[in-house]
Write a protein of this length. Sequence first.
Length: 217
Amino acid sequence: MARVTSDNTKEYLESFLPEENSFVLKAKAEARRWQKDQISLSAYEAHLVCFFIRQFRCVRFIELGTLAGYSALKILESLPTEGHLWTFELNSERAQFASALFDEAGYKGRYTIIVGRAEEQLATIVAEAPFDGIFIDANKSSYPFYLDWSLKHLKPGGLLLADNTLMAGVADTHSPHPEKMIRELRAFNQELFQNPGLEAVILPTMEGLAVGVKRFS
Ligand code: DHB
Ligand code: MG
């Protein structure tokens, strides 16, 4: 499970959160079964994401990187009943699992799951723009593309969130991650702060959560 902070503080922060429902727990267990729980959001990271979604009053929202559906279920819970989530997943078996779980949780008709490379598949939803928000949590090499796409298709004032922008060691010369991934995330962060189309911060959690707002002009 990705960490928001040290283990003790993580446990303390999570003690304030309500119990997770059986559907969310099922998504978490499945991610663990796939040995992908280390890349799934932690409960507190999901809480941060949903806090922004609610405060920005997002209705039409995009997620890149469904995995087993843990974050998507929490996002769906945070959107109003007339809202819609478009969530993208590269792997069709994962998408099938997540889709069945969303239906079981009562969200049929309130989400669209799109299988394939998000960089290509995003084009299939441009007619649905503008969107109120986007959460980027897929392949790190496409983060600059996702940022560019988001600025074209978010409404002015729209919310941009991105996970892992400080991924353990982006700012560290002894990073445990592949050099390529670190270079890509550094390029994304540079763009995030320099692009005149948005104002952004990076919340300095362990993984780094970027929060940006598309400018009005
Ligand atoms: C990786 C991806 C993630 O989205 C994450 O939260 C942690 C790690 C990865 O690709 O290594
Ligand atoms: Mg992530």
